[in-house]
Design a protein around this ligand. Sequence first.
Ligand SMILES: Nc1nc2c(ncn2[C@@H]2O[C@H](COP(=O)(O)OP(=O)(O)OP(=O)(O)O)[C@@H](O)[C@H]2O)c(=O)[nH]1
Length: 378
Amino acid sequence: MNHAFEEVFDIPKLTELCERYTKTNGVVTALLDLEGNVHVKTGWQDICTRFHRVNEVSAKRCTESDTCLAGQLAAGSNYNVYHCKNGLVDIAVPIHVDGEHVANFFTGQFFFEAPNEDYFRKQGEELGFELIPYMDALSRVPVFKEEDIRKIVEFLSGLAQVFGEMAKAKLDLMELREAEQKQFEELREAKEQMERLAIEDPLTGLKNRREFSARLESEFHRAGRYQHPMSLVIIDVDNFKEINDTHGHAAGDEVLKAVSRLLLGSVRQSDLVARIGGDEFCILCPESSADDVEGLMERVCREISELEFCVHGNAFRVTCSFGLAGYVGLCRNPDELLVCADKSLYEAKQRGRNCVVKYLCKESENLELKVLMGQGRG
Ligand SMILES: Nc1nc2c(ncn2[C@@H]2O[C@H](COP(=O)(O)OP(=O)(O)OP(=O)(O)O)[C@@H](O)[C@H]2O)c(=O)[nH]1
């Protein structure tokens, strides 16, 4: 069994059932797993609980008897009648769950005929028991006729079968629930992945163009409504085609991931970094004017140029061009702001790449471009 014994067997319910059985005929019961742990125990005789199972020597014999009794069941017997090493009779029947022998159901602690008192007196002396209470406990041990025991065994075998079937039903239910839970988890994970894929770029883990457009739209309107500043940066890897062609597509991917990490690690949590095209990224900075972010972008531009890549022993570096546009309320819609940032980016490329160009939307007709970091050739 792959489950804990108590999970599969309803111990409180079985105990209640066995207690009722013991009350009707005085027959004791015990349910033991194959490691010898007692899970149900009803009506046990004092001679066992107060004497034999307490004294070290006789307790050892009890364990040996339990093991021997169980051992024969493990070998395939339907039941086993055993004269225990402390002089009483025990009976055990196996419990199978789905064909697997998992436990034993015991009764016993009785005699088939009146006990030999001299034998028990001598045993009591040897073990150091107080003789009067020991012999008194012996006198309470029931004596059953073999014919009665046969009926008891039949009943117990039936009961053991019912226990096994109950456990199997519980096991099936648990397995069904586990399968359901697993399916539920898989569905939840698939749904989360779908939701992630809908808004994330799978290569870099950055937000994708769709998510970026939605956020730009809402931030644009918020900035307009409250007259707050907002900036947009478009970043494009310089000569990326050449990187792919020279070092391979996988190396190109590594460049994109490294640039993504650097961008993400450089901005505020409230900013949005997205991959909006093959080698094109966007950063949306709410509550920040272009003046606020230009210094940061210059630093990022430099840090990207300082990254070192190595493919098959060939080291190389990359640079990016940055087009920055600050929204001060003159753009009429998010697309106009994007166009402004794009124009800055174009200018950055024109000026030889690896630089940041800021676009100021002073008047929509009166454009002002400022080259912030001109390492380029233009
Ligand atoms: N490795 C890799 N390459 C990509 C991916 N998506 C697009 N590309 C490549 O990115 C390259 C982009 O190159 P271009 O748009 O021509 O521009 P560029 O070479 O960067 O030149 P400039 O922008 O002018 O500096 C193309 O060769 C695309 O095939 C991707 O996910 N992984």
